[in-house]
Design a protein around this ligand. Structure first.
Ligand code: ADP
Length: 508
């Protein structure tokens, strides 16, 4: 058993530990891949933002006049105003499609912004000089006009000696909504949740999903650093998914282990049963041989004595003939029992059922046996019900059952030789019971009595002769009659075997 356990269970446990360990490694690897994925999504968003900003500022680079620039800028709904100031000359223009931004006050506010950001502007000029390209930079602080927050980009245009600085005012929330949202949706699909939030105050600008579970990675946008993009995995974190997998694997492994253990136990129990059966078969052969040999030896001895004409007295001769006949009937009984059992084993026994009164069957058997019982010193008590106890039965088979029970009651009685046979019934059931005051049967063995070849071990199997088949035959016959058997027994006091049958309505 221990070996089987070791051979089957240890590999399962080793495999389980290995699986869980590799799952943890997979988790780390997945975590890394996921991190990279998040970074690339954020990178894509920033690139897209850059492209959009270039797209909306390109009209400025192809500068002809503020009027033509304004014409192309005003198509964007997030655009608010454009302020252009010459560097090193007095050029100064403001264009807006909002009345409150086309004022002198707003122009001077823009002028002040240029002044305050002189360092940034000279950096942009240097960049333009060296590369020929116009770089866009966002102003640090946004400004509020008429309850609207406005952000602005700085950009230097023009050619050497004639540089101009442009301030591009726009509504950043609208900008995000109109240029980034479609990109968010395209990137998020079903794998990610993407959100955009204001850094100050944390106001949510947009989110691809209502709930944002698991671990969230967040980064500010490059060109709009007062906004952050948050990204998370849809459907929980990687750790959650791996934890779920781990639990599922553990559960499957546990189940496998349980199934295997049950298998091992079943195999173990079966082998034990087989071994027991083999032992019982061996006992059966030895018992039966013994049972056949003893009567044969006796018959042989008495027949020889008789044939040699050594017995003179008629009385003695009669006694010897009786012994021979008794031994022959014992042999016949045994052979009948073995034949009956082998028929049962081969499923060839057929029962010829008819409605019979159980009392008649019992009376027949008792009459047949009463002389035998009395001559063996048994006191017989009969308590036969006065009612008709009709059952559907094969009379011969039920009589065989009764003979078996009476036989056992005789065989397993010591000094107190008493047998009681009782019949009775209620509305639905009828019964017949055989009680003895014999050696009784220990509780733990009572269930096994009906197993084939089973004999209660008394240390020496030859103590009382038997084949271990009687009760197996009894059980088979009773089950074929849809009846049941109860055993009540106390070691040293005696036993009662009670057969219960279904009652048949009878109107005679
Ligand atoms: P056997 O041929 O050994 O009697 P059975 O199948 O008839 O075989 O009975 C099985 C075992 O049950 C017997 O060996 C005996 O130990 C026990 N047994 C059966 N009937 C009785 C009884 N009336 N009293 C005590 N033990 C009994």
């Amino acid at each position: 058993m221990l070996y089987v356990l070791l051979i089957l269970v240890v590999p399962v446990i080793v495999y389980g530990v290995f699986e869980l360990n590799s799952l943890t490694k997979d988790e780390q690897e997945l975590e890394r891949i996921y991190e990279r994925q998040l970074e690339s999504v954020l990178f894509t968003i920033n690139e897209h933002l850059q492209d959009k900003v270039s797209e909306v500022t390109t009209p400025l680079e192809n500068w002809q006049s503020i009027v033509s620039a304004f014409e192309s800028l005003k198509q964007y709904q997030f655009f608010r105003a454009l302020y252009v100031e010459g560097i090193g000359n007095d050029y100064e223009q403001l264009a807006s499609n909002r009345d409150h931004l086309s004022t002198i006050q707003f122009a001077s506010q823009a002028k002040a912004l240029v002044r305050d950001n002189a360092a940034l502007i000279s950096r942009l000029v240097r960049y333009k000089e060296s590369s020929g390209f116009s770089k866009v930079e966002k102003g640090d602080e946004n400004i509020t006009r008429y309850a609207e927050d406005l952000d602005y980009f700085f950009l230097v245009i023009g050619t050497e000696g004639n540089y101009r600085v442009c301030l591009y005012f726009f509504n950043s929330v609208e900008f995000i909504e109109q240029t980034l949202v479609s990109k968010f949706q395209e990137l998020a699909r079903e794998d990610f949740i993407l959100r955009c939030r204001k850094v100050n105050g944390g106001t949510l600008v947009y989110s691809t999903s209502l709930d944002m579970g698991g671990s969230v990675k967040s980064e500010p946008l490059d060109l709009l650093d007062n906004y952050t993009v948050e990204i998370a995995r849809a459907g929980g974190t990687i750790a959650d998914a791996v934890f779920k997998r781990k639990n599922q694997n553990l559960l499957a492994l546990g189940l496998l282990l349980v199934v295997m253990l049950i298998g091992v136990l079943l195999v173990f129990r079966n082998t034990q049963k087989e071994m027991q059966l083999a032992q019982q078969k061996a006992d059966f052969v030895s018992n039966v041989s013994h049972e056949i040999r003893t009567p044969l030896a006796l018959i042989n001895m008495f027949a020889e004595t008789l044939s040699m004409d050594r017995v003179k007295s008629e009385e003695k001769k009669k006694e010897y003939y009786e012994i021979i006949s008794k031994e022959v009937s014992r042999l016949l009984n045994l052979t009948n029992r073995i034949l009956s059992f082998s028929k049962i084993e081969a499923n060839k026994r057929i029962f010829d059922k008819a409605d019979v009164n159980l009392n008649y069957l019992v009376n027949d058997v008792v009459n047949m046996y009463s002389y035998h019982l009395e001559s063996n010193g048994f006191e017989l008590e009969k308590e036969i019900s006065e009612e008709q106890l009709v059952i559907s039965a094969d009379s011969e088979a039920i009589q065989e059952v009764l003979v078996n029970l009476i036989d056992n009651a005789m065989k397993y009685s010591d000094s107190e030789r008493y047998i009681k046979i009782e019949t009775g019934g209620d509305d639905n059931r009828v019964f017949v019971s055989v009680t003895d005051h014999g050696i009784g049967i220990p509780k733990d063995q009572q269930e096994k009595l009906f197993d084939k070849f089973y004999r209660v071990s008394t240390g020496d199997v030859h103590d009382t002769k038997g084949s271990g088949l009687g009760l197996t035959i009894v059980k088979h016959i009773i089950e074929a009659h849809e009846g049941t058997i109860d055993v009540k027994s106390t070691p040293g006091k005696g036993s009662t075997f009670r057969l219960n049958f279904k009652r048949i309505e009878h109107n005679g």
